[in-house]
Design a protein around this ligand. Structure first.
Ligand code: GDP
Ligand code: MG
Length: 367
């Protein structure tokens, strides 16, 4: 059997990786290709997996650590997908606060599974507003220096940088960001697109589906600094039962909840990297609502809207912000506890700081 294509799409939390992967999956299907997706996070109960399932794609979820630290789980997940869905293209989304993926995942896959996979060049997506702030082109709430270290390392290792969300930019800002990225990260080829509208995706998709990751000396990474940056991001995953005495508007509930969390997080001085929630009705089917915030000074926005009112359902919250986990937990409990309206019952809640990254393999100089 010919090797399957293996496409990793990286980038910081909230850059649009899942949105872009779903777009690419649709396009590949139209071309008659079989696609399998792999999602990944530090803990289980993932909004991204729910979104991919709702779109009815075969998906495997790796929770409890990033691809680099759970390389064997990544290989197992790929083999499981191969046995069931037999994809000829794998699309894998690493944790958005992870870096050094080329040396710890791309090169090891290339070396050890050469007969199974053809590894695509590594793409890193950026949210242009976040990128402009991190690169100092614009003022606005920022992460602290160690988190910015990770952000910049992600860009440094990119073969391809994709400026996503171009629908939010005028030409002046788009050109300024492109120039800054090209100057700071000259090794990368820069593409521009809007994964939401579909504009500009074709050239990037063609590049990653027709070319391969080339061997080169991997970047240097200060793992101590990287680990400290990771640990500054608090992570919280929660699940809630939602019900009401009469059918209710789930989209409105998602927005009100996101706004309430946002206001408390702002008050607590926690800069949001990605707050995402899904609401899935109990009734069978694939209806789903998903709302997001990718920084504090943004209105909650939908990636998916529920098509009908619902009587009861399950809500999942994944929250990543620069704050202590107990702050995220307190905010969540406060908002849920004083909720007036639908009945909300917390069925699961975990919060933590990610541990020190400790990759299974690292190849800094491939042959
Ligand atoms: N305006 C705009 N928003 C986008 C675009 N792509 C993704 N988003 C939004 O950005 C948020 C985060 O997207 P997601 O794909 O979950 O990001 P991920 O964390 O990188 O996987 C969601 O609200 C998406 O709807 C885009 O091209 N334009
Ligand atoms: Mg995602």
């Amino acid at each position: 059997m010919a090797p399957a294509q293996y496409i990793l799409i990286g980038g910081f939390l909230g850059a649009g990786k899942t949105t872009a992967m779903l777009r690419l999956a649709d396009q590949l299907k139209v071309q008659g290709r079989r696609v399998g997706l792999i999602t990944n996070d530090q803990a289980g109960g993932l909004v991204d997996t729910a979104r991919v399932r709702a779109a009815q794609w075969p998906v495997e979820e790796i929770a409890g650590g990033c691809f680099c630290c759970r390389f064997n789980s990544l290989v197992e997940a790929s083999q499981k997908l191969a046995a069931t869905a037999r994809p000829d293209v794998f699309l894998a989304e690493p944790v958005g606060s992870c870096t050094d993926l080329v040396a710890t995942v791309g090169f090891p896959l290339r070396k050890m599974y050469d007969a199974d996979y053809r590894i695509a060049p590594f793409s890193v997506l950026v949210d242009p507003i976040r990128a402009a702030r991190v690169l100092g082109l614009e003022a606005g709430p920022k992460f602290s220096e160690k988190v910015r270290y990770i952000y910049e390392k992600q860009l440094e290792e990119a073969d391809i940088i994709v400026i996503n969300k171009c629908d939010l930019l005028d030409d002046v800002h788009r050109v300024a960001l492109r120039q800054a990225l090209q100057m700071r990260f000259p090794r990368a080829e820069v593409f521009e697109c809007s994964a939401r509208s579909g504009t500009g995706l074709a050239d990037w998709f063609t590049r990653i589906t027709t070319t391969e990751l080339q061997p080169h000396r991997a970047m240097d990474v200060d793992y101590q600094l990287y680990g400290q940056g990771e640990a500054l991001m608090g992570w919280l995953n929660a699940a809630l039962r939602v019900s009401a005495s009469a059918p209710f508007d789930g989209n409105a509930l998602l927005v009100r909840l996101a706004e309430a969390l946002q206001s408390e997080l702002q008050h607590a001085g926690a800069e949001v990297a990605h707050l995402k929630m899904t609401l899935t009705p109990d009734e069978m089917g694939f209806d789903i609502g998903a709302v997001h915030l990718v920084r504090n000074d943004q209105r909650p926005e939908f990636s998916h809207q529920l098509q009908a009112a619902l009587a009861a359902g399950t809500l999942m919250l994944n929250l990543r912000a620069e704050a202590a986990p107990d702050v995220l937990e307190k905010v969540t409990r406060q908002v849920v506890g004083r909720w007036a309206g639908e009945q909300l019952a917390l069925t699961h809640l975990e919060s933590f700081r990610p541990g020190q990254p400790n990759p299974t393999h690292r190849i800094s100089q491939p042959e």
